[in-house]
Design a protein. Sequence first.
Length: 91
Amino acid sequence: MKKTGMAKSDAKKLMGKMAAPGAAGFAKGEPTAIDRREQRKRDQALGLVPFAVKLDSELVQQLQALAKERGVELNELVADVLTKGLIAGRM
């Protein structure tokens, strides 16, 4: 690749970074988004483990509506519902 082609490529990469959602928020003083690696480290420190399941779409909609109604994150709601369900199943 010629020198000018490399310069154009570098310029496109730079422009892409400037247009990224996190870049605009940083300039306005808004909190920046945490990258995935940092979020994974925080989750591990809290003892959280990713746990993927497949659920019926109607059930997911009910969970999302309940989370919104309670004003909590979906992860927190699902953990609460599972905990209560497991406790009730033991009795």
